[in-house]
Design a protein around this ligand. Sequence first.
Ligand SMILES: Nc1ncnc2c1ncn2[C@@H]1O[C@H](COP(=O)(O)OP(=O)(O)OP(=O)(O)O)[C@@H](O)[C@H]1O
Ligand SMILES: [Mg+2]
Length: 176
Amino acid sequence: METGQKTESRMKNNVIQRNEMEIQFDALSVNEAFARVAVAAFVAPLNPTMEEISDIKTAVSEAVTNAIIHGYDGQFAGEDGLGGGQGRANQVFLHCLIDEDVLNVEIRDTGRGIENIEQAMEPLFTTKPEMDRSGMGFAFMEAFMDDLEVVSQPGCGTVVLMKKKLGTTSWLRQEE
Ligand SMILES: Nc1ncnc2c1ncn2[C@@H]1O[C@H](COP(=O)(O)OP(=O)(O)OP(=O)(O)O)[C@@H](O)[C@H]1O
Ligand SMILES: [Mg+2]
């Protein structure tokens, strides 16, 4: 249970100052829809515009799809049938933090990782052209969010960190 003091520090004039959530789910394509709806529901108290919700959902969808089809090669379970020997299926981790009017989203997998991040982030670059992939996932994440960072280690997995400031047009675009 939260103490009154802690609740107060997270709320000011009935506006959320800080709110955090983390979920973990099986690397199944049905969970792409679950993840984007979960994030949309989480940001709802900030009264985002339809455009902001749509941007966030698109970016989350792209990152989760990447974790499933590239990180885990579309395999629900690892080669040993147990999800990399950990006794369970391959997992995608989704962490969200609302810090005043900024949404931070982290999407992580423990899959194959990315050899060359700079090249992977180039528009139209894909390692799965045979699957009709267009290589635009990272470009969409970059376009629809205000900040995108990718950290990855081959053989260990990938973390995608995204930020979006809600309530105004992008602060990066404003700076330009
Ligand atoms: N989580 C991940 N794990 C391993 N490799 C990844 C991951 N995310 C992206 N990649 C690599 O980066 C490349 C580019 O990703 P991006 O999302 O931009 O394009 P794509 O997934 O190939 O195509 P699209 O997203 O348009 O369907 C991928 O082809 C893949 O090689
Ligand atoms: Mg993609």
